[in-house]
Design a protein around this ligand. Sequence first.
Ligand code: ADP
Ligand code: AMP
Length: 217
Amino acid sequence: MIVILLGPPGAGKGTQAQRIEKMQGLVQLSTGDMLRAAVIANTEVGKKAKGFMEAGRLVTDKIVIKIIEDRIQEGDCKKGFLLDGFPRTLTQAKALDNMLDQKSLKLDAVVEIQVDDRDLVDRIIGRYTCTNCNQGYHGENLKPKVDGVCDDCGSTNFKRRVDDNQETVSSRLEAYHCQTAPLLPYYEEQGVLKVVNGMVDIDDVSVQINDVLSSLN
Ligand code: ADP
Ligand code: AMP
């Protein structure tokens, strides 16, 4: 199964992708995570991406398309994958269509997680993750069961993203509305767009997404 999770920054794509990965064994491909790893490793890609990411702007299509092209060749993608944060422009969407065509694969669904802009800021500012296993949390909405201890791996080290600040959020939302939202009619026309309400509890969003995924099996 090949599924795209689409939605603005902070909509809950990563949170839901981690859950689907655990429940369905579908590998999560997050271009944001891959780019952050490249920045930390100070690779050529990381050096090129860093400035764009810190400014809340999209990294160039060429860079992210190459990352995904390479990643989907790997063995763990054979059973399918879940795209989180890619595609984000029409150029990327068309490149993905070509990649799938060449492998005789088809896109099963694009799940749009709808959340109003006014709710996204609190979600982004409150977000943090486990440094060891990348499990996502939120200061108010999703705390570890034991304060300061990761539910998944027991680590006590957590981190916040450098781009999760008030200044960058508005650029990131603008990038979403101008460059990514045009993908919605694009996928609607392909007949693969499924919309879920992202303004309810995390568990309730998962139920809606599971319903969509079950309807595809
Ligand atoms: P995205 O990957 O779309 O940028 P995340 O999955 O990282 O978004 O979610 C952003 C923050 O909002 C995280 O801290 C997460 O715990 C929290 N969050 C996710 N979904 C919900 C929800 N339905 N209600 C409240 N908070 C949520
Ligand atoms: P994310 O973790 O999905 O919120 O992405 C963090 C940042 O990485 C974005 O603000 C962009 O700068 C960059 N990025 C991630 N995915 C893409 C993409 N598909 N196209 C362009 N830039 C991306």
